[in-house]
Design a protein around this ligand. Sequence first.
Ligand code: ZN
Length: 169
Amino acid sequence: MIFSVKYCVVHSYYKVKAGKIIFMAAKDNWPSEKISPDDLLNMAREAARRAYVPYSRFHVGAAMLFDNDEVIQSCNVENASYGITICAERAGVVIMISQGKRNPLAIAVAGSHEDKDDYLKVACPPCGACRQALMEFSTNMLVVMASKDGAKVYELKKLLPHNFTLDPD
Ligand SMILES: [Zn+2]
């Protein structure tokens, strides 16, 4: 396997980016014993390779984890009418709802331009629209991204503070 960084690395991760958003790893609340963050990230990479991206050639894949270790994979789908292009994460939300699922536990996202030497090995953070779309279904969801040190786990609520809601505090 190319991506051999161990599971424990993810759980020990903690980082503050000076002057910016604080990213903090979920430490002991990874929801699956069978599928590790690295496993989920590799499923996202697999989906990314199937992306339909003739215009940008920027592949993105997502893998959403549910109870009972079920996983939904999705990818970005572009269109000649650029505005109807859909991100991998929101494509996953469409599949999730279509299959009667409502409670994603975690999502891994992988993406990069197909010509890059580090194809699918660098972090591909979900865009703002996708963060909001995911927050609709779980405020406690975890987000997995690549890094130089392997898969890293973030909390969605820390990636999207002050999300839009019809019922603010
Ligand atoms: Zn997006």
